[in-house]
Design a protein around this ligand. Structure first.
Ligand code: DC
Length: 444
């Protein structure tokens, strides 16, 4: 399960401290997004690039590669291979970072990076626009606030601990200035997401505040676990009944039943078919099944033992063969024209999910198999992100003539749900999904 906690709020409110505590308490990774804007500021200073020189800044972005690693859940940031720590907190960086973070191209690149890092992981991310822009579907959104005076006091204390001597008035002025900049920014201004929980921590001790935040997260985690349990897995449910659901003619029903039993017998006898993890197919609600496409002969193995109806997407060419066309019709295969965007098949697929049924596809989009590391298509990821429906990954292994089908646990990518998912996120989700399928295949 992945779980995202977004903590936003103004400068000096203590987001970083709370994010650290949350990461420690729940074993999440802690992503400090401010550090990314600081890294870019450092690069611009080091290379004498003036912020006003937009073209130079844009060019610089092409030469910057930021890498985030985690050691004991702490973030380690490298810029073009060089680890940066103290370089991120210099006076010079402090002076320009706010302006840098308001450059649209910088923002787009960083948001993309933040989303990429989070795929498939549980993490707490703090910043200014995490709940509003980076993760609008975060599991928990917290907006921390405190009066400028209190934040200036806290900053003073921090400065004293670090041997920095700046008068209180100057610190307060700086905080007010940054508030103004952050809130009036044209790009992703600082504001509370509608569904974020506002905590005014002016009068709260760190302990009181952290306890409050822990409570909110624990409550939400319980809800997520319960809702996952509500998608009850099932063991023995008659597939035949599921397939009889649509109002088909009796003749069609009989044919389907006959073929379905014949196929079961065929695969049992000739391929010693073994099916594992069937309980992972949810009892109710839409789901997407994704498997490795071993070869055409193995496709039916996913359908014939599944406990729910799965509408598979299949190559339109298959329908040129009258026998396969009949099979496709009986088992509600959705034909797709390969090599081009097939709007009709996409609409049909979305409809299947909207009806609360199962949609099946092979993310490889080809029969060449995972082993050959063929470029994987993003179809499954697209459907999951577009609709927010979970994916049941399946690994199919053929070993010494025996077929093993291994259904894995439901994967919920709904927090990346978007009508127009970004390619980066799609690629990352596809990679995550394919790794799971490979693992299921190996474990089969
Ligand atoms: O949290 P910090 O002081 O390290 O942030 C540095 C700057 O980056 C600050 O001016 C706000 C900006 N920032 C942002 O615009 N969006 C984020 N998600 C994080 C930080």
């Amino acid at each position: 399960m992945s779980f995202i906690v977004a903590i936003d709020g103004p400068a000096g409110v203590g987001k970083g401290t709370i994010a650290n505590l949350v990461a420690e308490k729940f074993g999440f990774l802690n992503v400090d997004t401010g550090a990314m804007y600081r890294a870019i500021s450092h690069y611009l200073i080091k290379n004498n690039i003036l912020l006003e020189n937009t073209e130079e800044v844009k060019k610089a972005l092409e030469n910057i590669e930021i890498d985030i690693e985690f050691k004991d859940s702490e973030q380690i940031l490298s810029l073009n291979g060089e680890k940066l720590i103290s370089e991120l907190r210099t006076k010079e960086v402090n002076a320009i970072v706010s302006q840098v973070s308001h450059i649209p191209e910088v923002r787009t690149a960083m948001v993309e990076l933040q989303r990429k890092i989070a795929v498939g992981k549980s993490m707490v991310m703090d910043g200014r626009d995490i709940g509003t822009n980076v993760f609008p579907n975060a599991n928990v959104k917290i907006y921390l606030d405190a009066t400028p005076e209190e934040r200036a006091n806290r900053r003073m204390k921090q400065n004293q601990e670090n041997g920095i001597d700046i008068p209180y008035e100057e610190v307060l002025e700086n905080i007010k200035f940054r508030d103004h900049n952050d809130k009036t920014s044209k790009v992703a201004p600082l504001k509370k997401a509608d569904d974020a929980i506002l905590i005014d921590c002016t009068e709260l001790s760190l302990e009181q505040l952290s306890n409050k935040v822990y409570e909110i997260i624990e409550e939400k985690m319980k809800q997520v676990t319960t809702s996952q349990k509500e998608v009850k897995p099932t063991k023995k449910k008659k597939v035949v009944e599921e397939y009889d659901k649509p109002e088909d003619s009796l003749w069609m029903k009989l044919q389907r039943r006959f073929i379905w039993h014949t196929l079961r017998g065929f695969y049992k006898i000739f391929y010693r078919l073994e099916v594992k993890g069937l309980e992972n197919i949810p009892e109710e609600g839409a789901f997407i099944v994704c498997g490795n496409h071993v070869d055409f002969m193995k496709v039916p193995v996913i359908v014939i033992y599944a406990t729910r109806k799965i509408n598979f997407i299949g190559k339109a060419e298959l329908f040129n063969n009258p026998f396969l066309a009949r099979l496709g019709e009986l088992f509600d295969v959705i034909p797709v024209k390969r090599g081009k965007q097939d709007v009709d098949s996409m609409k049909k697929s979305l409809k299947v999910l909207a009806k609360g049924e199962g949609l099946g596809l092979f993310p490889e989009g080809t029969r060449n198999g995972i082993a050959k590391k063929v470029k994987v298509k993003n179809g499954a990821a697209f459907m999951a992100l577009r609709t927010g429906k979970p994916i049941v990954p399946v690994g199919i292994k053929v070993q010494k003539g025996k077929i093993i089908v291994n259904y894995g646990k439901l994967i919920d990518y709904s927090k990346y749900q978007s009508k127009t998912p970004e390619k980066e996120t799609l690629d990352k989700v596809t990679e995550d999904l394919m790794n799971t399928i490979i693992q299921l295949t190996n474990e089969a």
